[in-house]
Design a binder for this molecule. Structure first.
Ligand code: FEA
Length: 151
């Protein structure tokens, strides 16, 4: 299980809230795997996790594009790599390799924690300079949040 800690915060509430939700879904997947031997349910929660990941990546990338963040492409490559690996691994579960679920969950957990404490911190200054910070989301910026991936 992952517990939210302030050290994971990027100081931008709209992003922190999505990271918290992402952590909730990974925790849900961990609990489902621990207490349940039903591959269908594991598959469902992993599917939900990938869907949420893509939604969240779209949020970050939309801001990066809007603010001309110089590290956008590298950041995006990490998102795409994650999406490819997560989908490939989930397909293994769908195809009956249920035992791989523990490995997948460990991978997802480690990837998420490394990414939010490393790569995601790199856009903080740029986002802050463009008016996105903890005090709340200015209405004009809100319209740039859309839910499709890639943006
Ligand atoms: Fe760049 Fe944010 O993405 N956190 N996650 N996953």
């Amino acid at each position: 299980m992952i517990e939210w800690d302030d050290k994971y915060s990027v100081g931008i509430s709209v992003i922190d809230e999505e990271h918290k939700e992402f952590i909730n879904i990974i925790n849900m997947a961990i609990v489902t795997k621990e207490h349940n031997d039903n591959p269908e349910e594991i598959r469902e929660v992993l599917h939900k996790m990938v869907k949420y990941a893509l939604t969240h990546f779209a949020t970050e990338e939309t801001y990066m594009i809007k603010f001309n963040f110089s590290g956008c492409q590298l950041h995006r490559n990490e998102h795409l790599d994650f999406a490819d690996k997560a989908v490939a691994n989930i397909n293994k579960v769908i195809n009956g390799d249920y035992q791989v679920a523990n490995e997948i969950l460990e991978y997802l957990k480690q990837w998420l924690l490394n990414h939010i404490q490393g790569t995601d911190r790199k856009y903080i200054d740029c986002f802050n300079e463009n008016g996105l910070y903890n005090a709340g989301l200015n209405k004009d910026l809100q319209i740039f949040r859309f839910k499709s991936y890639p943006p």
